[in-house]
Design a protein around this ligand. Sequence first.
Ligand code: ADP
Length: 559
Amino acid sequence: MTKRIFRSILAVALTVLAAALVLILGGLYTHFTNVQFAQLREETALAAHAIERQGLSYFDGLDNGLTCRVTWIAADGTVLYDNLSDRNAMENHLAREEIKDALANGYGQSVRYSDTLLERCLYIAQRLSDGSVLRLSLSQSSVLNLMLGMSQFIVMVLAGAIVLSSALATRLSRDIVKPINELNLDDPLSNREYEEILPLLRRLEAQQRQLRAQAVELEQKQREFNTVTRSLSEGLVLVNSGGTILSINPAAARLLEVTPNCLGADFDLANRNAEITALMDQALSGQKGEQTVSLSAGDYLAAASPVLTGGSVSGVVLLLFDVTQKQQAEQLRREFTSNVSHELKTPLHAISGYAELMKNGIVAPEDMVCFSGKIYSEAQRLIQLVEDILRLSRLDEGAAGMTWSWVDLYDAAQQAVQSLAAPAELNNVRLRLEGGSAMVYGIHPLLSSILFNLTDNAVKYNKSGGSVTLRVEDREKEVVLTVSDTGIGIPAEHQDRIFERFYRVDKSHSKEVGGTGLGLSIVKHAVLIHKAKLELTSRVGQGTTITVRFPKVETGKAK
Ligand code: ADP
């Protein structure tokens, strides 16, 4: 810009200078011509006066070094005298304009090329009293010579003007550009140097305002995005089409075991899981995919989707979902199904075997009662198993549809004691109920099954002559049920597992006493539904105590 302004200023200055020079030279030329004419006129008048007095003798002593040409012409046009040319060689001058005018009017003047001297000349002619004409002429080359003499000065003036113009143009262009270079673009309207660029500054200001608003909006969105992704337990990774990490949330960084500040790094280099790398590469080629991958934090479902912009892949979103629990639940379900089939198969095989023997008439009539008794007891076991499985599956669904009400746990315990009195007596076990009335807000059948299963186990896994004590206590903040026995006890290494489905310390003993391996699982579920706590203390050979603590609720709603 500075160069352009400099060149413009210089060009203007030189053009003006050249125009001024042409005009001045033109003016000078006209002025000098007029001065020459005036001089010539005076000299002609003086010479005419002298010739009138002296006649031709006037020319005798005339110096040949005169700058002007003197010609005397007779009235018929014949040249009588010429100080520069031979008069005899000169043609008749009657046709000359100034001669014609002088003969007619006594005076004539003209400017033209001289045929004789081949120069532009000024002519002044004056008629004498004898009718002849005296003509004085001057070559204009003298004017040009004058001008040529000035040329050195003109060149100097021109050179000076160019230098001065250049210096001024440099200074001027710098002064013009400087405020523009120093514009405060952060606050465009604060610049008041040039009113002419105010519309431009206003547009800049408007654009800056728009940019600022967009930046604030963008920052806010980024913050929202970061807040959301930071609190996500799922892993989220964004990469561009070149596989460079654009965003990674803390969960993803932790799961993939990369540093959270790996932004800008190549995903394939940062991530060490080959399956996820393959998924990402597939997504980068435009194909979405998902796969369960085993990470150190557990099992995760990795889903990689390409981000399409205008038909081409501009990036990939990778999501990592925790499926550990789902996998575990599936594993448990698989185990449960195979356990159920196994548990059902055993009594069914037994029933089928006894029935086959009876059908083939192999069984002696006196053994028939024994065989049918065995079939009956296996069928009972089957029924018990199916009932327990059904109860558990209802509990798995969260006891939906079951009615909640206030239940006196002491009354429910009494019923359990009554219903187990016979088996207890059979096993020679003494059953006792202690404590007093205590209201619990819960599901009556579930509370009963807790009481029944715990008491049943305490009787089943007891010794002859042993005892079982049920105790219901109404405390300030909780209702406590304790079932303690003086039975065989549970070895420490099994205590954590006896609440698992089908887990039994001694399988054959459990079967012997009619156990299904599901009783404590049902208890655990029922206790959970009532938000109660379960505690177990047991010593092998001394007995077991199981405590259930029901928290008291203020509103009367335990749900
Ligand atoms: P089961 O139907 O076999 O009794 P449970 O789920 O009720 O199944 O109990 C699981 C296992 O825990 C039992 O098989 C038994 O080995 C052990 N157990 C439960 N209660 C007692 C107890 N009071 N004393 C000793 N062992 C017990």
